[in-house]
Design a protein around this ligand. Sequence first.
Ligand code: GLC
Length: 425
Amino acid sequence: MKTAVPEIIESAKKVLWGNLKTGYSDWAGTNYKYICPANEHYSHQWFWDSCFHAITLAHFDTDLAKNEIESLLFAQKKDGFIPHIIYWDGHKYTVSLSNLGQRLESKLSLFPSNSQLIQPPLIAQAVEAIYKKDKDIGFLRRVVPKLKSYYLWLSEHRDPDQDGLIAIIAPYESGLDQSPSYDPILGVGNGPQLLSSLVGRTVTLRNLIRNYDLKKIFEADYFNVEDVLVNSIYIKNLKVLSGLLHEIDHEEAARHFHYLSEKGKEALIKKCYDPKEAFFFDVYGDADKKARVKTIKGLMPLILDLPKRMVADITKRHLFNKQEFDLPYPVPTVSASEESFSPTPTKIANEPLIWRGPTWINTNWYMVNALRHHGYNKQAQLITEKSLELVNKSGFREFFNPFSGEGYGAHNFSWSTLVVDMILS
Ligand code: GLC
């Protein structure tokens, strides 16, 4: 690999510390400190971003890594819920057409300090990464009970059919905002991107009208999605949490979360896997329909302990297939065989529509870990090297063209520093 490890660590530090926000929050009545995704585009604190930041930081600053986690936990509600965005400096927030869905939410919500949505629940993995580095049992004792109430909240409030899989109520909850996997769910087929984006944003309005009452939202059944990415991360994290609980001698709870993880995995295979296609698809609505679009989400169950044969089929037919996901700069977020696949971002009101083809570093990080876990070390190494090449060539951009490696979206994007973890782990 061309870049020396100390060099990439230094650049990662610059990005993360450059995105560090500090100040006083009026609504919280306290000082805040967190790393935002990118100064230029995203100045608030985002849930899954902060978990990824903590995973990188664990390699060189466990205190700052813990701070990311504890800052998220500060915003946890009594019932266990943790929001996907915390608006620490909420007052300066403005409405603009360009990110209408999310911004309307902050403006009109009854709780302007945070959003009412979730994001992929990888906080247990982030805590585990920190704990592995410094073995600070005091930190575990402090945060694990809060994690426990968060994952219980997910299992109790987000699984209306009680099958072990959680449901999301808006595309933003998966973190893959305009992924074409939602096109059939939103009723826009593989239609024009503008339409897909606008219809996606009406979901926010419908949720707002119901004041984020989950019972009413699930009853209305307009966006009730058992998302493969969210559930793969949920199931993986239930198992990680079980291990963390064991570390602090909460054996009964450890067994319970292990059970929930196994139950979720069985349901994921039963409901979302199509053996003929050797691919996992999101399932939506009361009728449990499959949204048959091949995106990176369908590869995410590879992070779990799946049957060997299934892993071989999925990787051979999709991940290592040059017509689909094996492009010059893997792994694109949509299979190149899909009509909706676009290697470049399309713009609406000067803002790109995202997750419709380009390669992202956080999903690559998951793929690298999945491949290593199943013993595909050569392929994991290749994705690691290509990810590093992307960052060397184009900088820590938000996402990249899977053919040319050109960078798009925000500059100095914090979670793209995950390449550090890929090369050091
Ligand atoms: C975009 C991404 C989302 C991320 C957020 C902040 O909305 O789609 O996954 O959390 O930006 O980086």
